[in-house]
Design a protein around this ligand. Sequence first.
Ligand code: SAH
Length: 263
Amino acid sequence: MQQRRPGFPARIAPAPPVKARPGAAPAAPYPSARLSVAMAPPAGLGLDSAAVRARMVQRLAAGGVTDPAVLAAMGAVERHRFVDSALVNQAYEDTSLPIGLGQTISKPSIVARMAQLLLGAETARTTGRLGRVLEIGTGCGYQAAVLACLAREVYSIERLRGLHEKARTHLRPLRLANVHLLFGDGMQGYARGAPYAAIVAAAGGTQLPEAWCEQLAPGGRLVAPMAGANGQQVLLVVDRTAQGLKQTVLEPVHFVPLKSGVA
Ligand code: SAH
């Protein structure tokens, strides 16, 4: 079958700035907000993808995602471009989907939930913007693209070379100059980009790696799935406050396991 050529310039709409504390300096637009990207029309998605995505955003809002910047980012990033063509028609359902090598793309509601939690970090709230973010578990690159709309810089690390390459392929046409894809074991964090205003893990471990806490900036926040006391995975939030690390346990979640080493 003949490959269709890129047909229309798709624009990633500027995300509205994070709500700042009264008196804080106004947030400048993030680099991604200025990008326009020429992309091929959606293959296999019978409906207009913008309309389908807008409905997904409405459902996210109804489900408790209130931050306008997060909703704008979820509306801007075309999730169907991050999944295999056979799964394109499920791309805007609130479900995780296989991305190869036994891994999954997280469901939109959890991506939005975690992004909203990151924007709740003390520094992000007081300055009205999110600085450098470290993502552990790039997978297909979807969450990295969402974070790119919300943060100044995104460092995203993946331990499976096949997925690291796949994310590169997915993100290349988006030309997100503020996303840095890294191949390596994210359990070590990424010291060269530290300290981070936010750290987010897309894979669940049994213990919080020390490196993550060390690489978290004062006023920064870490959000990660973690095995709770009964072995059930829960979402854990760790804030670096002036008094030290403060942990908050949130709802049960289901993420793929955090593993050490690369493959
Ligand atoms: N955010 C991703 C979700 C991917 S699933 C997306 O939007 O698609 C979680 C990913 O974490 C998997 O690709 C898995 O290989 C990766 N992972 C697990 N342990 C890791 C580690 N120690 N370092 C880096 N990546 C890891």
